[in-house]
Write a protein that binds this ligand. Sequence first.
Ligand SMILES: NC(=O)c1ccc[n+]([C@@H]2O[C@H](COP(=O)([O-])OP(=O)(O)OC[C@H]3O[C@@H](n4cnc5c(N)ncnc54)[C@H](O)[C@@H]3O)[C@@H](O)[C@H]2O)c1
Length: 269
Amino acid sequence: MGDFSGKAVLVTGAARGQGRSHAVRFAAAGADVAMLDICGPVDEHVPYPPATPDDLAETTELVTKQGGRAVARQADVRSFDQVKAVVDEALAAFGHIDVVVANAGVYTCDWGWEIPESAWNATIDTNLKGVWNTIRATVPAMISAGNGGAIIITSAENAIRGHPLISHYAAAKMGQVGLMKTLATELAPYSIRVNTVNPLAVNTPMATGAAAATIIETLMRLRPGSDEPGWVEPDDVSDMVLYLASPEAEGITGIQVPVEPKTAADSPA
Ligand SMILES: NC(=O)c1ccc[n+]([C@@H]2O[C@H](COP(=O)([O-])OP(=O)(O)OC[C@H]3O[C@@H](n4cnc5c(N)ncnc54)[C@H](O)[C@@H]3O)[C@@H](O)[C@H]2O)c1
């Protein structure tokens, strides 16, 4: 979808899952791709295995196989300095950044009144402050390049409808929507569009473990009549991310776009 030849894209959380898919799809569409990922644990309460340096190396290989240039570094989005260092390296290599995909994210699983403070901080600092860090590290260069551009923030379906056991995650994902709407207004004069994708149940390591199953079971218990969601594949989210980044979406800014399973019948057994 689309031709991103001559464009440069930054993807955070690119070691695996959706971030990997977005990075590879942009490279396949002709873009140069800068990638960063923590490639390690974010907090001791995170209930699924962390990404690794090997994961990021694999994404990098997949990107370069598509013919795109790549910059890939281990960095924590909670640290502005770490994000800025990768952005500066990407600007030195590519000369510009046209598209930002603020995708890195994390969650832990607890009743809202029992969330350990370190889990609260890790979730808010990664999912909300990390997105702000990504934006403030990239936007000044995008404005001065004068080429316009697109920012896509990976929010979540639970910024639209509440799910139990992830109130800190929901607060951050809804916070991202506020950030997106404000920035869409502020950046309109520079032709930089800002939107969120809001997926539900994407088939990645974050969502396929026991904790995610507990969330769904709890949702169905607390909200009788809820259907168990099917799976969205990372590539389905990439379809929407690439569309929002493309000239075809030139009139679209300041909105949240749900990406949900097509039908329950499409979900794996
Ligand atoms: N999987 C789902 O069902 C689902 C649904 C809605 C939204 N999301 C969101 O999609 C995004 C991508 O998640 P995913 O499903 O691919 O999961 P994932 O765990 O496979 O990928 C997330 C990536 O982000 C990286 N990351 C986490 N914290 C980081 C930090 N502080 N600094 C840098 N990198 C960090 C991880 O190392 C990992 O590689 C996240 O923002 C997530 O909240 C996921």
